[in-house]
Write a protein that binds this ligand. Structure first.
Ligand SMILES: C[S@@+](CC[C@H](N)C(=O)[O-])C[C@H]1O[C@@H](n2cnc3c(N)ncnc32)[C@H](O)[C@@H]1O
Length: 267
């Protein structure tokens, strides 16, 4: 997935705080660096509240990236988190950051594909996912797996991209090649996939009105802070991220791209 490049950016960000590779880290020092979705830790806190995640909960995080949401949940609620990430380089960074933050006792990182990785049935109290399902080619199968690993009464909380109207050919090419979005569908299709998998009380919230301006502001801020960012991370990392942010902002502008939160419960 070409969008997750320049993986030294977390370590470079830590270096700018005077933290060397291998040093201990306070979880808070990572929050500006390890949340690869909209609204950083606020988004994760909202999920914890909605699902009632607490110290007794065991949570599964799908597409956990470098582990930011998993560490935040464990650190702030005391829960246990199993964090599943496809890409080995991100998984390795996640393991290292979790160990250095002192959270390895509560956060377990697994490396594998959410569609096939063996997971125990009827085990987790909650399944969460931020901006990962769009990359996974078979959403009905994924939702059936998520329903299977939740204990009865457990909740599922997903934030993801969706489509609001068909993408123009050039936009579709960017969606596939730059965003690596393979399942970006209308919200109704998403709801259907959860219901077909056996989820009840499925509630979808349209986040486009919030995420579209967020993406535009993120791009503007990125361009404004070019010198500072390039100094810490290098010109190549600046340019790669700028290209990605610019495509996302344009796709929202086109009226085709949207964002949603979808929540359901296993009966
Ligand atoms: C935008 S990142 C979000 C990371 C994390 N959820 C966060 O919010 O910080 C999406 C992640 O999903 C992962 N991913 C994509 N397909 C996956 C799959 N089939 N199984 C597990 N993880 C996957 C990607 O490798 C990437 O790390």
């Amino acid at each position: 997935m070409p969008l997750y490049t320049n993986l030294d950016r977390v370590e470079r960000g830590l270096a700018s705080l005077g933290i060397a590779p291998g040093d201990a880290i306070r979880p808070e020092q990572l929050f500006a660096l390890d949340q690869w979705h909209y609204h950083g830790t606020e988004a994760i806190a909202a999920a914890a509240q909605t699902l009632g995640i607490g110290a007794a909960s065991h949570v599964l995080d799908i597409g956990s990236g470098v582990g930011g949401p998993a560490r935040y949940l464990a650190h702030t609620t005391g829960c246990r988190v199993t964090a599943l990430e496809l890409q080995a380089p991100l998984h390795e960074i996640a393991v290292d950051l979790t160990r250095r933050s002192g959270l390895a006792g509560r956060v377990t990182h697994l490396c594998g594909d959410a569609l096939t990785f063996p997971l125990p049935a009827a085990t987790y109290d909650a399944v969460v996912s931020w901006l990962a399902v769009l990359h996974i080619p078979d959403r009905p199968r994924l939702m059936a797996r998520l329903a299977g690993v939740l204990r009865p009464g457990g909740g599922c909380y997903i934030e993801d991209l969706c489509s609001r109207r068909p993408f123009a050919p050039r936009d579709l090419a960017d969606l596939r090649q730059v965003v690596c979005g393979v399942t970006v569908t209308p919200p109704e299709d998403y709801v259907r996939d959860l219901r077909d998998a056996g989820f009840a009380d499925v509630v979808v919230t349209d986040l486009t009105g919030d995420w579209a301006p967020y993406a535009a502001e993120r791009l503007a801020a990125w361009r404004q802070n070019r010198a500072a960012y390039a100094r810490v991370h290098g010109e190549g990392a600046y340019t790669a991220q700028e290209a990605f942010y610019a495509v996302i902002a344009r796709l929202y502008d086109s009226g085709s791209l949207g964002g949603l939160r979808i929540v359901g419960r296993k009966p």
